[in-house]
Design a protein around this ligand. Structure first.
Ligand code: HDL
Ligand code: ZN
Length: 421
């Protein structure tokens, strides 16, 4: 049906973005079958590492170890009091908790954390999962599956993993690239004939390890996070593993290699999982790896705001590069809007505007509510420009475009049908 007015256009875009199911291409969520790896509920929400970092800023006299020795409930109580009661929760991570509690139907005027806990902890996990997927409008999430994690590996080896079609897999291999001195020992223990100095069958055995896990978990892509000083090509262990193991296996398996670049791990170790930071990276490394391996597909996201424009331009030059998400410290309304505008202006629909990076299931609600609102706002401007220029706009085409941005571009890039469509 044609669009006849800007009012009709705005209403249609907002409703369509709100209703279109999402494929969330990078999360740290797990299906219920993975046991303790699935995190959900208000105490997990409140002890999200983003909030831990923010809480410490208001507690200059609180010893780190004092906090870490508290129970999760005690940690949540302190974070609630500090960030939600003693201060107003307008930071994005705090606001996210408010959004989730409101959308779960809790009375936010009481601010009664124990009352909220009582209401939520009665809900069985499987019902909670269904409710979060329904409220968030997310249809499929891609997990971060780590073969170096003993607990998760055991689930795969003894067959208790998987089984929920809403949770798809990605093979995460950071230790291979960022921690070889430990990783080679883990590979040895798993039966692979590798040597720290890369002698003997090491290259072949690393490839066998990757192929074994691709066969075991059927990942949509292989993924790694890389430091801000990532270089390519590089005469290093990382450079050899990429060149001689990952790229050949990606080619053979026909799955993308996802690069998440710009992390400075543990700049404040006392913050533990909250202790990572970022650095501006060399876009030349991205340009070289994608242009020199045009028969491999690359999903790339970068952590520094300063890398975003050059990453989008690099994608214009390399069709085997698909840019995704407003990652981590970029997942804030002001930066999501800036990045989405710039990406749609440079790449049109050949981009994945957002992923959630959720660690706690409930976060799907706020990370997607907040991003959908911004994506819709930007799209209203972009289609509005076309409308005012006299371009004929059809509802069906706009619906098509929005489905593409919220998952279709990912499945097209993979060359696979969306299994949930
Ligand atoms: O390496 C990653 O996948 C990052 O997303 C880290 O998990 C980070 O701690 C995070 O949760 N960011 O949102
Ligand atoms: Zn992540």
């Amino acid at each position: 049906m044609p669009i006849h007015s800007e009012e009709q256009l705005t209403a249609f875009i907002q409703e369509t973005v709100r209703r279109t199911p999402v494929t969330d291409i990078h999360t740290h969520l797990f299906a219920e079958s993975f046991g303790d790896l699935l995190l959900w509920g208000i105490d997990e929400l409140l002890t999200y590492h983003y909030l831990i970092a923010e809480m410490f800023r208001f507690k200059p006299d609180l010893a780190y170890d004092t906090f870490w020795s508290m129970s999760k409930r005690e940690q949540a109580d302190l974070i609630w009091q500090t960030l939600f009661i003693d201060n107003s929760p307008y930071s994005e991570a705090c606001r996210g908790v408010v959004t989730v509690l409101g959308r779960l139907g809790l009375d936010l005027s009481t601010r009664d954390l124990d009352g909220y806990r009582k209401q939520l902890e009665q809900i069985p996990a499987s019902e909670y999962i269904d409710r979060i997927f329904a409220l968030s409008g997310v249809r499929t999430v891609v997990m971060t599956n780590d073969p170096f994690d003993d607990y998760e590996r055991a689930h795969w080896i003894n067959g208790t993993a998987g089984g929920d079609p809403r949770f798809l897999t990605a093979l995460r291999i950071d230790p291979l690239l960022n921690g070889w001195d430990q990783a080679y020992l883990a590979l040895e223990q798993q039966g692979y004939r590798v040597a720290q100095d890369f002698s003997g069958d090491t290259v072949h055995e690393i490839r066998r390890f990757l192929k074994d896990w691709i066969g075991r978990i059927n990942p949509l892509y292989m993924a790694v996070s890389l430091p801000d000083d990532f270089a390519y090509p590089e005469a290093s262990v990382r450079g050899r593993v990429i060149e001689e193991c990952i790229l050949p296996v990606a080619r053979e398996a026909g799955i993308p290699f996802a690069l998440m670049i710009g992390v400075k791990r543990q700049v404040n170790p006392s913050l533990k999982v909250a202790g990572d930071s970022l650095g501006r990276s060399d876009i030349g490394a991205v340009e070289r790896i994608v242009s020199r391996n045009q028969d491999v597909k690359f999903l790339v996201t970068m952590l520094s705001r300063e890398n975003q424009h050059e990453l989008a331009v690099t994608a214009r030059k390399n069709r085997n590069l698909l840019v995704f998400g407003c990652w981590w410290f970029l997942n804030n309304p002001s930066l999501i809007e800036e990045m989405t505008r710039m990406r749609l202006e440079l790449l049109g629909g050949s981009v994945i505007p957002q992923h959630s990076d959720c660690r706690i299931l409930d976060q799907l609600i706020y990370k997607w509510d907040h991003s959908r609102t911004i994506i819709a706002k930007v799209l209203c401007d972009k289609y509005g420009d076309l409308f005012r220029a006299g371009w004929r706009l059809e509802e069906e085409e706009i619906r098509r475009d929005i489905a593409n941005l919220l998952g279709g571009a990912f499945w097209s890039f993979l060359g696979k049908p969306d299994p949930a469509a």
